[in-house]
Design a protein around this ligand. Sequence first.
Ligand code: FAD
Ligand code: NAI
Length: 473
Amino acid sequence: SGSDINTQVVVLGSGPGGYTAAFRAADLGKQVVLIERYATLGGVCLNVGCIPSKALLHTAKVITEAEESSHHGVKFGAPQVDLEQLRNWKANDVVGKLTGGLAAMAKQRNVTVVQGVGKFTSANQIAVTAADGKVTTVGFENAIIAAGSQATKFPGVDADERIMDSTGALALADVPKRMLVIGGGIIGLEMGTVYDALGTKVSVVEFTDGLVQGCDRDLVRPLQKRMEKRFEAIMLNTKVAKMEPKADGIHVSFEGVNGNEDAPKGVEVYDRVLVSIGRRPNGKNIGAENAGVAVDDYGFINVDKQMRTNVPHIFAIGDIVGQPMLAHKATHEAKVAAEVIAGEKVEFVASVIPSVAYTDPEVAWVGVTETEAKAKGIAIEKASFPWAASGRALSIARTEGATKLIFDKESHRLIGAGIVGVNAGELLAEAVLAIEMGADAHDLGLTIHAHPTLSETVCFAAEMKEGTITDLY
Ligand code: FAD
Ligand code: NAI
């Protein structure tokens, strides 16, 4: 049909959404072409997102744990950080292993990878332009758009390599003496945690009245308290009024918002600035209009529960279809799209999608939050268990945590949960499963949890809802 390659399914973008969709479609017997502009597969998550950030957060945790051991009688010297070795470990032993694994898996499945920037030329063809300018056209029966998102830029400032987005921060060019993080969301706080541990004086400036918007305030408080102790400053209700790169650093002045009069008055100078003020979908950069696929003003593509766009044979998944912009949402949507294309009658039906900030302590939440219940008038019962009463939390010297469960008042079923504390992200999985299974407090309380574990706090919180706990220690 006039294309260089013809295929049954083309997938645009090889992030968690794209590679999962491509592999699932191939496993279901489809002929698949996967288009990716970069040399390695894996998208933001594997190359410059979830995975490298977790590698560096691990290093941060080792450093802070060693520092804090001095409180219970074990002293280490100041860490000697070999930045090059740390960068190589992250790039080769962590990211490289995974992206290499993806390439092998694509080969195994006969998924054809075409490298270059893809743009729709019609509703049945994508043109892929390689770095050397060579164009390959791919004709398709079905397409899955998985082109992801990119960091939002800070407006009106000259480009300067000291003003970074998350990719720059993960590159770890140096350990700056003083760094400003603009945006107190998950990226800013995770990367702030890394640089703080490495020895940088970190300041965070956040436009709204709190860090990690979307999560209940009682769960954010222990994190904020710890960060206030370790970081140079956390400026809430504050915005950057002016930012200017100069020879001696990035000059920044601030302005209070929402009536805040405590914002710094003068000019502050930082060695580096991390801009982490959200991510924008790539919907406007893929020639969607040539295929008739509707893209909204922000760049999102609307889909139905089968991940279908307004053009019935073209699907979209992942960050490009909307919030939450999370890898595990993308992979689930990917399977749905591939299965629908293969003729299966499936829909995206997950009742909840968990969120985790891998800070120290971690903050994890899922389903209905207390704030949301109040705002929407949902009748709930809550139970919160303070980790100060957990033997395991005491024995790891991290008692600031809390486990909160939210039940529907009528059905008594679990409809939401939030955990702050060490390993909260891992601990949340039990609550996610409980919600999907329609479990109530009884079910959680009667389930035998190994002692002493942090996972017991889920059981204890459920028992608190039922009455009292007698088996605590
Ligand atoms: P992406 O991963 O963005 O992949 C899209 C791919 O498409 C990219 O490889 C891109 O190069 C390619 N592409 C785009 N346009 C074209 C084109 N025209 N032609 C060819 N190729 C194209 N999420 C979590 O769940 N947990 C985490 O811990 C986590 N940590 C994160 C940390 C950071 C620093 C960042 C930035 C993000 C993090 N995220 C995390 C979010 C997560 O990375 C995204 O939700 C996820 O990668 C989205 O997957 P996707 O498949 O939709 O798109
Ligand atoms: P975000 O949307 O989570 O947070 C951005 C923060 O910046 C918000 O609190 C916002 O109020 C604030 N802000 C916006 N403009 C500002 C300004 N001009 N000045 C000061 N503050 C400003 O965005 P972030 O952290 O960039 O991350 C983007 C997305 O990437 C996340 O929403 C998430 O979907 C994904 N991600 C997920 C991770 C995880 O699951 N652990 C880790 C990192 C990213």
